[in-house]
Ligand binder design. Structure first.
Ligand SMILES: C=CC1=C(C)c2cc3[nH]c(cc4nc(cc5[nH]c(cc1n2)c(C)c5CCC(=O)O)C(CCC(=O)O)=C4C)c(C)c3C=C
Ligand SMILES: [Fe+2]
Ligand SMILES: [Fe+2]
Length: 337
C-alpha cells in the first residue's frame, strides 16, 4: 500500500481545483448518554492542548477519576438541552454551514461549504478525507472561535495537520486564526445587544461572560484573555456604555487550578448581593449555543443570581445563524477565496 493517500492517476494529472470553506467547532457527544459522553470527554480531555499537565499524571487522573464520575453528571446536563435535532451545537453549526453556502452562492457559486467537529462527529479527518476524494484542493478554514486560544484554535490546526500528513497532494490552505476584533463580528454582537435592550430595557449591568481557561495559559503567552478584553472594549465603545454599565467575566471552570478571573458565577452572586438585581448576560466566545450557554448560563447561573436576591436575569443568545453572523463569515472567508 502507498504511504500517502494520493489522487487517481487521471485526477493527479489534471487537478480540478475545487475550493471549499471548512467551518470548525468544538464538538459534542453523539447522544446524551453516559457512554457517549464518556467517549467524547475521553477524546476531548486527552488533548494536550486542552489539559497541559504532564501526560502520565493526567492519564491517571483522567481515567482513574474524571471518566468514572463526570460522564453520568454531564450526560444529565446534555439531556436537559438536547432537542429533536440532537445536540444544539451540532444542529446550529449545520444550519450555519447551509446558510453560508446559500450566502456565498451569490458571489462564489463554485465554493463548497463543509463543517466538522474537533471532537466527536463529523470529525475533521473524515470531512477532510471526503473533500480530498471529491477533488477539493483549496481549503479556507474558519474555526468558529472568535478569540484565538491554543486549546481551541491551535487544537483544530493540530487535527488538520495530522490528517494532511497522510496526503500526497496537499491543498492550498488558509487558516483564519482569530476574528475577535473584526468589525463585522463586533457589529453583529452590538446589534444583538441593541435588539435586546430595545425589547427588554437596558439592564443595570451587562455581563460579557467568556469561556474560561487556566490562568497559567495566560502567563505562558496565550493571547486569549487579551483578545476577550479587546472584544469587550470594542463592543462597549460602540454601544456607548459607561464603565459601570458592564463587566467582563469568565465561566466554565474545570478542575482545581486557578482560572481566568473574575468568575462569572461568583460575580453574579456578588452583583445580586450588592443590589444590582437586573442583568443581561452575553457570551461572545460562543458562536453557537451549547451546553456552556444553554445549561450553565441560562439555567445554572440564573439560579445563582436569583438565590442571591437577583430579580431580573436574562441571557442574550449566541449569534448562531443570525443573518449578520452569516454575513460576517462570508466576508471573512471571501477575502481568501
Ligand atoms: C479542561 C479544560 C478546558 C479548556 C481549557 C477549555 C477551553 C475552551 N472551551 C471552549 C468552548 C467550549 N467548551 C465546551 C465544553 C467543555 N469545555 C471543557 C473544558 C475546557 N474548555 C469541558 C470539560 C467541556 C464539556 C462539558 C462538560 O462535560 O461539562 C463547549 C460545549 C460543548 C457542547 O457540546 O455543547 C464549548 C463550545 C472555548 C471557546 C475555550 C477557550 C478557551
Ligand atoms: Fe471548553
Ligand atoms: Fe459548564
Amino acid at each position: 500500500m502507498a504511504k500517502f493517500a494520493g489522487l487517481s492517476e487521471q485526477q493527479g494529472h489534471s487537478p480540478r481545483r475545487k475550493k471549499a470553506v471548512l467551518l470548525i467547532n468544538l464538538g459534542t457527544p453523539d447522544a446524551p448518554t453516559s457512554s457517549d459522553v464518556r467517549r467524547y470527554l475521553a477524546e476531548f480531555l486527552s488533548d494536550h492542548r486542552v489539559v497541559e499537565i504532564p501526560k502520565l499524571v493526567w492519564k491517571v487522573i483522567l481515567h482513574g477519576i474524571i471518566l468514572r464520575t463526570r460522564p453520568a453528571k454531564s450526560a444529565a446536563l446534555y439531556k436537559s438541552i438536547w432537542t429533536e435535532q440532537g445536540s444544539p451545537l451540532l444542529d446550529i453549526t449545520r444550519k450555519q454551514s447551509e446558510k453560508l453556502q446559500q450566502y456565498l452562492s451569490q458571489t462564489n457559486p463554485d465554493v463548497e461549504v463543509h463543517y466538522a467537529m474537533r471532537y466527536g462527529n463529523p470529525s475533521i479527518a473524515s470531512v477532510l478525507k471526503s473533500m480530498h476524494e471529491t477533488g477539493v484542493d483549496d481549503i479556507t478554514v474558519l474555526p468558529l472561535y472568535p478569540q484565538y486560544a491554543a486549546p481551541t484554535t491551535a487544537s483544530s490546526f493540530d487535527a488538520i495537520s495530522k490528517e494532511l500528513m497522510t496526503w500526497r497532494y496537499l491543498p492550498s490552505l488558509q487558516f483564519i486564526h482569530t476574528y475577535h476584533d473584526h468589525p463585522d463580528y463586533i457589529n453583529a454582537l452590538v446589534e444583538s445587544i441593541k435588539n435586546d435592550f430595545e425589547k427588554n430595557g437596558k439592564p443595570k449591568k451587562l455581563v460579557l461572560s467568556y469561556h474560561g481557561m487556566p490562568k497559567r495559559n495566560l502567563t505562558l503567552g496565550d493571547p486569549y484573555y487579551c483578545f476577550c478584553k479587546k472584544t469587550t472594549r470594542l463592543v462597549v465603545e460602540s454601544l456607548g456604555l459607561h464603565e459601570d454599565d458592564y463587566i467582563t467575566t469568565f465561566q466554565s471552570r474545570f478542575g482545581k487550578a486557578e482560572w481566568l478571573k473574575p468568575y462569572t458565577d461568583a460575580t453574579l452572586e456578588e452583583l445580586a448581593q450588592n443590589g444590582v438585581d437586573d442583568v443581561a448576560v452575553i457570551c461572545p466566545a460562543f458562536s453557537a449555543d451549547c451546553l456552556e450557554t444553554l445549561e450553565e448560563i441560562q439555567c445554572e447561573n440564573k439560579e445563582v443570581f436569583e438565590e442571591a436576591s437577583g430579580k431580573h436575569y436574562r441571557y442574550i443568545p449566541a449569534l448562531n445563524d443570525d443573518e449578520l453572523h452569516i454575513e460576517m463569515m462570508a466576508n471573512i472567508v471571501r477575502k481568501h477565496l
